[in-house]
Every structure is written in C-alpha cells, then in structure tokens.
Design a protein around this ligand. Structure first.
Ligand code: ADP
Ligand code: MG
Length: 327
C-alpha cells in the first residue's frame, strides 16, 4: 500500500504550498486557535506546523499516516454534511510517502505526548514518547527526496515560498479567530493575532494584502433569503493596479467559481462601466446543504444547489454597494 501512496501523492502534493494547505487544514479541523508555520528553503527543506488543537491519541498516530484513515467521516451519510476541511484521509499518507515526516502529538486527555516518524515508503512502527504541549506538530523534511522526477518540477525558492505564503494568507483570511505565524528561514514573515472586531479584521487584511486596498474598500454586509454576504470590495482606482487580489470564500473555504466571478464582474460593469479589474475579499455564508464544496480535493470549485439565486443575490448586493459609492 505504501507504493500506491507514492503514485497517488501527486494528486495533492505537487509543491510545498500543497503540504502547508493540507497541514493547516488539519490543524483547523482539530480546533486549533494558534497555528505556527515554519518553512526553510521555500518549504522544500522543511515545513513545520505546530498547533494547539485537540491532538491525536497514541494509538491513532500510526493510523493517521496510513491511507484512507480519517477520523472525520464515520459513515457515507456524513459525506453530505461534512463540515471539516479534510475528510479523505489521504493527505498525511501522501505527504509522508514523498518526504521525511515526523508527527508529534499530545492529546487533550492524555498525560503524555507521542511521536511517529516515516521516511518515504518506510514507516516506523514504533510510537515513541516525546515532549509536546497539548496539540500537534508535523515536521516534514526534504520534500521529494525519493522522487527526483517530481523534484525537478519545483521552481526557485522564492517562487515556492510565494505559493506557500499565498496559502497561509488564504487560511488567515478564512479564520479571523485563529492566530497565525509564518516564518521563512527563521525570519518572521507574518505574525497575526486573533481578531475580535471588524477593525482587527481590516488590520489583518491591510497587513496581508494591501493597506491601500483597505483604505478605499467598501464594506459589504447583507443578508437575504438565507444568504449572507460580507466583506470588502475595492474601488476602481485601487483595482487597476491589483487586478488579481480576489478572495471569495464560501462557508469559510476559498473558492474560484465561474458563477461567482460572473456575478461580481457584472455588478462592476453595470455600475462602473468596466468589470475587468476588481479586487475583493468577500464571504458568502449559506446553509451547507445548499452547496457542494467537495467537488475536487485541490481545485477550488463549488456547486450551488440554486445557482441562480446565489448569482442574483451577489449581483444585487454588490450593485447596490458600488452604486452608493460611485465616483
Ligand atoms: P483527513 O484530514 O482527510 O482526515 P489526513 O491524512 O489529513 O486526512 O489526516 C488523517 C487524520 O489524522 C485526521 O483524520 C485526524 O484524525 C488526524 N490528524 C491529522 N493532523 C492532525 C492535527 N493537526 N491535529 C489533530 N489530528 C490530526
Ligand atoms: Mg486532512
């Protein structure tokens, strides 16, 4: 089975950024309120994620490195209502199969902390005691050390780090209640405290994305027909220089969706006569039963049960907000 892992790993692990995404999602699923990400050499040499989540029980440690082991889905009916970010049980196994990995964890109820390690296809069967506060640390070293063909596709340290940083930004924008720290080559890149007000959120956005965007942004806050849209949209003066600053979250997950993009573009076009450049950080919240976010593990697609309703709601809300500030 370990060999199968190595083949399948390509699905989720293409570069260090994918590793960070999977590991941070695991930390969030574990209820962490503080997540620290350490990277070296763009994440190729080292990615270490430390969280203060619920931890993993001793007996579950080896299991969590094996494929299709997940604690998040109990039966198939859960698939319909799954709220956790991961549920396929393949991320840790995939990452372990192409790196040197150690997983250390202290489960809330347990007195001691334990560690398991894996090196490529060889997983140590031994579970050793270790020192660790409540929570989990995953340390991944030497990504693709055993798959040189895959290593060749990695880009420069700077490019890999940029991708990795982008993942952390998205996570930090999706969970204002969680504190995040990102370090690269021992230098603190971002240190974000939890936000307890809209003011704090705006500060986080200004730090992560752009102070300029935040200064001119229009605040959105609208609720109708079971749909809620909140966040910030940029004005054209800013947008022209930052055409790609587009963050749209559906129930806390970042999404790239044609229907959403279309609704936003139309609203801009209608009010401001051009829809090409828009910058926004927006959050759509709706009944999870009305949206399928599990279309693909790595692509950011969603499927709305009532696409037309969502489209109209987005269009109308943005149209109104932009109309009010139209220069
Ligand atoms: P999935 O997230 O799809 O369940 P993963 O391979 O990402 O699969 O993780 C396997 C299992 O390991 C999870 O279901 C969870 O039980 C456990 N796990 C992984 N990371 C953490 C963490 N940071 N804190 C607590 N449990 C974790
Ligand atoms: Mg996971």
């Amino acid at each position: 089975p370990r060999l199968a892992n190595q083949i399948a790993a390509g699905e989720v692990v293409e570069r260090p950024a994918n590793v960070v995404k999977e590991l941070v999602e695991n930390s969030l699923d574990a209820g962490a309120t503080r997540i620290e990400v350490d990277a070296e050499q763009g994440g190729v040499k080292l990615i270490r994620i430390r969280d203060n989540g619920s931890g993993i029980e001793k007996d579950d440690l080896p299991l969590s490195l094996s494929r299709h082991a997940t604690s998040k889905i109990v039966d198939l009916d859960d698939l319909e209502s799954v709220q956790s970010l991961g549920f396929r049980g393949e991320a840790l196994a995939s990452i372990a199969s192409v790196s040197r990995l150690s997983l250390s964890s202290h489960e809330q109820e347990s007195e001691l902390a334990y560690q398991v390690t894996a090196e490529g296809r060889d997983m140590a069967t031994e579970v050793k005691p270790c020192a660790h506060p409540v929570g989990t640390t995953v340390e991944m070293r030497d990504l693709f050390f055993n798959t040189p063909a895959r290593r060749k596709f990695l880009r420069t340290e700077k490019t890999e780090f940029n991708h990795l940083e982008e993942v952390v930004k998205r996570m930090a924008l999706s969970r204002y209640d969680v504190s995040f720290q990102l370090r690269h080559n021992n230098k603190v890149i971002h240190s974000l405290r939890p936000c307890s007000s809209a003011f704090d959120q705006e500060k986080r956005i200004a730090t992560l994305l752009s102070a300029q965007f935040m200064k001119e942004a229009v605040r959105i806050d609208m609720e109708a027909a079971g749909l809620k849209l909140w966040g910030w949209v940029g004005l054209p003066t800013f947008n022209r220089s930052q055409a790609d600053m587009q963050y749209f979250f559906v129930n806390g997950r970042i999404v790239r969706d044609k229907l959403v993009a279309h609704a936003i573009r139309q609203a801009y076009q209608d009010v401001l006569y051009h829809g090409r450049h828009s910058a926004f950080v927006l959050y759509l919240e709706l009944d999870p039963a009305l949206v399928d976010v599990n279309v693909h593990p790595t692509k950011h697609e969603v499927r709305f049960r009532d696409g037309r309703l969502v489209h109209d709601f987005l269009f109308r809300t943005l149209h109104k907000a932009l109309g009010e500030v139209r220069p």
